[in-house]
Design a protein around this ligand. Structure first.
Ligand SMILES: [Zn+2]
Length: 480
């Protein structure tokens, strides 16, 4: 027998066994050895309708995974679809396979799509997520309810399908609150789901809605948060996949009860809610506005490049940018710490390993930073170019507007306090201000190539004036 003919024979034999397995096709669960008691009513119901059968050895094999082809056959029979073997749109479904007719009919009815590469993958086990879509379409379920599973994001095609089959009482998920959409489906479970689809009597109550959020903590809070973006989701727990219980608009002010990493516990309509810290401007309700704020101070340059060369920044004579920025940064940090801020400096000396811009923003991210200030020194071909400028980014940074306000406050102080010529607060997509979502600025203290600015940049005493200006700008930003 050639391989091809042998496969054909096996396929025909399989069809024969499925149709005529027990008592000429009208199987009774009672006559099978391994029907689970918990699902016997549903399995019996389907066997009497000839939708599912046992095997010729007298077993039902309840724990065996259902393939996509088997699922198509069972649903096809349940829906009385035409099962005559025929051509399907899928290149991997043979005309003479047992499922071809049901698959073709299900495609016509819009129940089955297959994969984008033109395959149906009939021998693959069907997943619970795929099954949900299949059942939703097969039984034309549209009603959605207040159901949720901890492992299913609250939007998308799959969520809609799982929600509708849960709302209709076809499937209720697992006891631990999950749905496990990637798990395969056992014959026993598939039988139960299809029986419930066909007959309301088998349906179960929809799973309980999301637990009501605990009542909000009461009492004074030391911090309020002002929303800095157009729309901020409030979630029922500290996770991006937790159900959204509401949204806050820009400028809304909420009481903050506690912090957990990037999550902030707030009072939302007298319920406990959680929002992402990045999109709140945190304001202390009493004491120093800098108390407990997490601020990253980044002295520009001073690390090894990707070629292993120490990046000195710009220089003039013996004066190097990396040394000026470090000394000014040290002084800014000292002032912020004295005001009670939690300060993270990206470097405290030369960094003798590869230290790129992404390493600096990563430090901010890892420390759950709330503000980022990078310090630099300018240079130009013309000695007449002078003054300070402060950069922010609105092209990508979600807190571009906050960055701009911070830049304007710092720039104002550099002009007023350090007497720098005003080159303005400027929107430009430098890496460290662009590749972050917290308010981020890059300060250019002055031009090393200009004699007036050079004198200030070369003076340790004047570094303290620069530092005081940057500090005061940050203070004023938080104090607004
Ligand atoms: Zn620089």
């Amino acid at each position: 027998m050639s391989k091809h003919i042998r496969l054909k024979a096996i396929a025909l034999l399989a069809v024969f066994c499925m149709v005529f397995s027990i008592n000429g096709g009208r199987g009774q669960a009672a006559s099978l050895s391994d029907i689970p008691v918990s699902a016997s009513s549903e399995i019996n119901y389907l066997m009497n309708k000839d939708i599912i059968n046992g095997y010729s050895d007298g077993t039902f094999r309840p724990k065996q995974a259902v393939t996509r082809a088997e699922a198509a056959i069972m649903l096809g029979k349940a829906l009385n679809l035409i099962g005559w073997q025929r051509t399907t749109p899928f290149k991997d479904v043979a005309v003479n396979s047992a499922a071809s007719g049901y698959i073709a009919s299900a495609v016509q009815k819009g129940i089955i799509n297959g994969y984008s590469d033109g395959t149906f993958r009939p021998a693959e086990p069907i997943t619970r997520g795929q099954m949900a879509l299949l059942l939703q379409r097969a039984f034309q379920l549209t009603e959605k309810g207040e159901v949720y599973f901890t492992d299913i994001p609250q939007s998308g095609l799959q969520y809609d399908a799982i929600n509708t089959i849960a709302t209709a009482g076809l499937a209720s998920g697992y006891a631990d609150g999950t749905f496990q959409p990637k798990d395969s489906v056992t014959r026993q479970d598939f039988a139960v789901f299809v029986a419930r689809g066909l007959n309301d009597d088998f349906r179960v109550a929809a799973p309980a809605p999301a637990p009501a959020p605990a009542p909000a903590p009461s009492g004074d809070t030391a911090v309020v948060g002002e929303v800095t973006v157009a729309s901020l989701n409030v979630r029922s727990s500290a996770s991006n996949s937790a159900p959204v219980i509401g949204t806050l608009g820009e400028g809304a002010v909420v009481s903050v009860y506690s912090f957990s990493g990037y999550w902030v516990q707030i009072n939302y309509n007298n319920q406990t809610g959680y929002v992402h810290k990045t999109y709140l401007k945190l304001k202390n309700t009493n004491g120093n506005p800098l108390q407990n704020r997490i601020i990253v101070v980044d002295p520009g340059h001073g690390g090894l490049s990707d070629k292993g060369i120490l990046d000195q920044g710009t220089s003039y004579g013996n004066l190097k940018e990396k040394d000026i920025t470090l000394d000014v940064a040290n002084r800014v940090s000292a002032k912020l710490k004295a005001a009670g801020a939690t300060v993270v400096q990206t470097r405290s000396g030369d960094v003798n390993r590869q230290f790129l811009l992404g390493d600096r923003t990563q430090i901010a991210y890892d420390n759950k930073a709330e503000l980022f200030v990078s310090i630099h020194v300018n240079s130009a071909g013309s000695a007449s170019a002078d003054g300070a400028e402060t950069y922010y980014d609105t092209s990508k940074n979600a807190n571009g507007n906050e960055s701009k306000e911070l830049a304007q406050e710092i720039q104002k102080q550099l002009v007023a306090f350090a007497g720098m010529d005003d080159r303005g607060a400027r929107d430009s997509a430098f890496y460290v201000v662009r590749e972050q979502n917290i308010p981020s600025v890059l300060v250019e203290l002055g031009f090393i190539t200009n004699s007036g600015d050079y004198a200030k940049l070369a003076s340790p005493e004047f570094h303290d004036i620069y530092a005081q200006a940057v500090y005061q700008g940050i203070y004023n930003y938080y104090n607004k």
